[in-house]
Design a protein around this ligand. Structure first.
Ligand code: SF4
Length: 136
C-alpha cells in the first residue's frame, strides 16, 4: 500500500482564495514540459480518492470550512503541500479582513513551497520531497 502511494500519489488541487498565479503554475505541471505524471502522479477531482492536497492562496473566511471539510473527506494517511507565499504564510493578503489565518493553523501542512508564484520546478521539488518522506 505504501509502495503504491509513493509511486502513484493522487493529487487534489484546491484554491482557497489565490489570485490564480499559483494555480497557473500548478496546472503547468501537467504539461509535457514539466510532466508531473512521470512520478506516477495524477490530478484527482474527488477528495475521497486523493492522497495529497495541494493548496494555493490565502485561506479566506469563506473557504476555511470548505477546506476543513475537504481535508476530513480525504482518506488517511493524507498529506498537504502549501504552494505559494499566500498559502505558506498569508503572503500579501495576510492582514486582510477576510483572511482566517495561516493554512497550517487550519490543517496540518507537510511541505511548504514559497514564492509568488513559485516556479513549476519548485512545486515539482516540493512534491518530490514529499515522495521522499513517504519512503520513510
Ligand atoms: S503567492 Fe502570489 S501568485 Fe500565489 S496566490 Fe498569492 S499573490 Fe497570487
Amino acid at each position: 500500500m505504501k509502495w503504491a502511494r509513493r509511486n502513484s500519489p493522487w493529487l487534489l488541487h484546491f484554491n482557497t482564495g489565490a489570485c490564480n498565479g499559483c494555480d497557473i503554475e500548478v496546472v503547468s505541471l501537467l504539461t509535457p514540459r514539466y510532466d508531473v505524471e512521470r512520478f506516477g502522479a495524477k490530478l484527482e477531482p474527488s477528495p475521497r480518492h486523493a492522497d495529497v492536497l495541494i493548496v494555493t492562496g490565502p485561506v479566506t473566511r469563506q473557504c476555511a470550512p470548505r477546506l476543513k471539510m475537504i481535508y476530513e473527506q480525504m482518506p488517511s494517511p493524507k498529506f498537504v503541500v502549501a504552494v505559494g507565499a499566500c498559502s505558506c504564510s498569508g503572503g500579501i493578503f495576510q492582514d486582510c479582513y477576510n483572511i482566517s489565518g495561516h493554512l497550517d493553523q487550519i490543517i496540518p501542512v507537510d511541505v511548504y513551497v514559497p514564492g509568488c508564484p513559485p516556479k513549476p520546478e519548485a512545486i515539482l521539488q516540493g512534491i518530490a520531497k514529499l515522495l521522499e518522506k513517504l519512503k520513510g
